[in-house]
Unconditional design. Structure first.
Length: 250
């Protein structure tokens, strides 16, 4: 009888030990699972795919929705603050450029994002976004279309000898020059065309824009318009400051 009682006690101890071990395993598994979920949620919060970061890593850009050859929607992270934007980034082979610098001369940095939106034969297009780092609002940058419409006048004359006479006027300054061949003699064109090349850059904490004017159906670029922006605090907008006109040699 004593032997039977002893045997039962030992079996009970082993059974309890087994339950304890099983519970320990369950707790450990649940802890690991919870930890894993927290990491996943953190990664999702910060975006699943880092596209690019500024050199100082103050500004980071994450993909929000990725299609086959295009990113549609991004998460912009500025020093830990995040906001979604509906910017589209096609797969051109060129990554966005990100900067953290003062463009408004108020001793406070802005985030600057320059995105290539198109590339091909005779085509090179970029968009620029300037973001207030305090409230993550976007500061307007005067578009190239608005600058062309209001600041640039041009005239193209087809000469009988197959050359072109081109007149370009920007901010009241006129340039006149001859182009020694007509790339599209059957194409009726009396002014320069724009939009094939729109390239933004930053230089000495100022926004620069290059928009060459072209002639012909397949664009031949004949004159560069190099634009420097300034910040208008009353409008809270970057507007054109200076326009430099330079003929392009063939």
């Amino acid at each position: 009888m004593k032997k039977e009682i002893s045997t039962l006690m030992l079996l009970s101890i082993f059974a309890l030990s087994g339950c304890s071990l099983d519970n320990s395993k369950t707790v450990t598994q649940e802890t690991v699972k919870a930890s894993s979920e927290q990491v996943t949620q953190s990664e999702q919060k910060n975006g699943t795919n880092l596209i690019e970061a500024s050199d100082d890593e103050k500004v980071k850009l994450y993909a929000l929705n990725e299609a086959k050859n295009e990113i549609k929607g991004v998460i912009l992270d500025i020093d830990g603050k995040q906001k979604n934007f509906d910017w589209e980034i096609p797969n051109t082979g060129t990554k966005p450029q990100l900067f953290y610098t003062d463009l408004t001369n108020d001793s406070k940095e802005e985030a600057v994002i320059i995105i290539q939106t198109g590339r091909g034969t005779g085509l090179d297009n970029y968009d620029i976004h300037v973001i207030n780092v305090e409230d993550l609002s976007e500061i307007k940058v005067q578009s190239y279309e608005d600058i062309v419409a209001n600041e640039i006048k041009s005239n193209v004359v087809k000469n009988d000898d197959g050359t072109l006479t081109i007149t370009a006027k920007a901010q009241g300054k006129e340039s006149k020059f001859d182009y020694d061949f007509d790339p599209a003699p059957d194409f009726n064109q009396d002014e320069l065309a724009f939009g094939g090349v729109v390239v933004y850059a930053l230089e000495n904490q100022r926004i620069k824009l290059n928009i060459p004017g072209s002639v012909g159906v397949s664009p031949v670029y004949v004159v560069d318009f190099n634009i420097t922006y300034k910040f208008d605090s009353a409008k809270n907008e970057f507007i054109v400051d200076q326009i430099e006109t330079i003929p392009i040699e063939k």
